[in-house]
Design a protein around this ligand. Structure first.
Ligand code: PPS
Length: 310
């Protein structure tokens, strides 16, 4: 566990705590499906040198990056991934369900060691397994501008049956987003925590907006980083397989098969672009959010595109 610091956010205002089943662990808000027991266990979780971690703040393009990494790992061959859900191929480290005994990390621990494990996590830097500082596995971090992240997150909470009614966008924006009361803690703290390590040799820090503009370039960059350069043909197949169009039709990536979500309310693969926030944020909300983000990330060198990509 990290050393105690003064929290940036005032959690006394955590009005949505009861209804949406979140809890606070080491000064970070976690959703109900991340048990304290799992977070405690991260201090002893055994990382492997050849593990590959896909890391993000929720709704930042995690599934997209999981699929790209998974396909690169299979030399760009879509047939090898077509019968296995992305969450099985790249399991979520800290995920648990409400049913006792369905905590995922012991299964990840038990994965065979004859090939690299691909692992997804939304953990902030300070809550990663301690052993990752020793083993230094490869990490692909994907960041996305917060205005689109927050709209994607709101839509996701609405479709996720396990959550109570999250209320109107206006209430959510005022009462949760602008108060930085989202699960996994404030977005700014998460991205800055990883941004500070962007130059670590084992970290590749990517932005969703860049991937959107140049998926082929992103695939090549990730493949080279993973030490698995692909042939032109394999790159083409990976790009095609990981396009929004293909992934949103693929039951192994679009989450349509999971009973936990009500796809009549929203889709998991919703818009898949940059700039949808403009359809949600009012002028005042946008000003308040821009100010908040600027206050938090100024001087860090971290910048995002917010405009719809051409
Ligand atoms: S989660 O639940 O945290 O794992 O969600 P995550 O996968 O991080 O984010 C979901 C958003 O990513 C979009 N997405 C994509 N965008 C472009 N191209 C591809 N291939 C792609 N795959 C997933 C997905 O549509 C969600 O964004 P929104 O804005 O809601 O559409």
């Amino acid at each position: 566990m990290s050393e105690k610091t003064t929290p940036i956010v005032d959690y006394s205002d955590l009005e949505f705590k009861q209804g949406s089943g979140v809890h606070i662990w080491d000064e970070v808000i976690y959703p109900w499906f991340v048990h304290a027991e799992t977070l405690d266990a991260m201090s002893d979780f055994q990382v492997r040198h050849d593990d590959v971690y896909v890391i993000s703040y929720p709704k930042s393009g995690t599934t997209w990056t999981q699929e790209i990494v998974s396909l690169i790992n299979s030399n760009g061959e879509p047939d090898s991934v077509k019968d296995k859900h992305v969450e099985e191929r790249v399991p979520h480290l800290e995920m648990s369900t409400a049913i006792p005994g369905t905590i995922l990390y012991p299964r990840i621990t038990a994965m065979p060691d004859d090939k690299p494990r691909l692992i997804k996590t939304h953990l902030p830097y300070q809550h990663m397994p301690k052993d990752f500082l020793v083993k230094k596995p490869k990490i692909v971090y994907i960041a996305r501008n917060y205005k689109d992240v927050s709209v994607s997150g709101y839509s996701f909470l609405r479709m996720y049956k396990a959550y109570d009614d999250v209320g109107s966008w206006n209430d959510f924006c005022q009462g949760v987003l602008l108060k930085e009361l989202t699960p996994y803690g404030p977005w700014t703290a998460h991205v800055l925590g990883w941004w500070q390590h962007r130059r670590d040799k084992n970290v590749l820090f990517l932005k969703y907006e860049d991937l959107k503009k140049d998926l082929r370039g992103g695939v090549i960059q990730i493949a080279d980083f993973l030490g698995k350069p692909l042939s032109d043909e394999a790159i083409d197949k990976t790009v095609e397989h990981c396009s929004f169009k293909t992934m949103s039709r693929n039951p192994m990536t679009n989450f349509t098969g999971l009973d936990a979500f009500d796809h009549k309310v929203s889709s998991f693969m919703r818009k898949g672009g940059t700039g949808d926030w403009k359809n949600w944020y009012t002028v005042a909300q946008n000003e308040a959010m821009s100010k908040l983000i600027e206050e938090r990330i100024q001087g860090s060198g971290l910048e995002f595109d917010y405009e719809p990509a051409i």
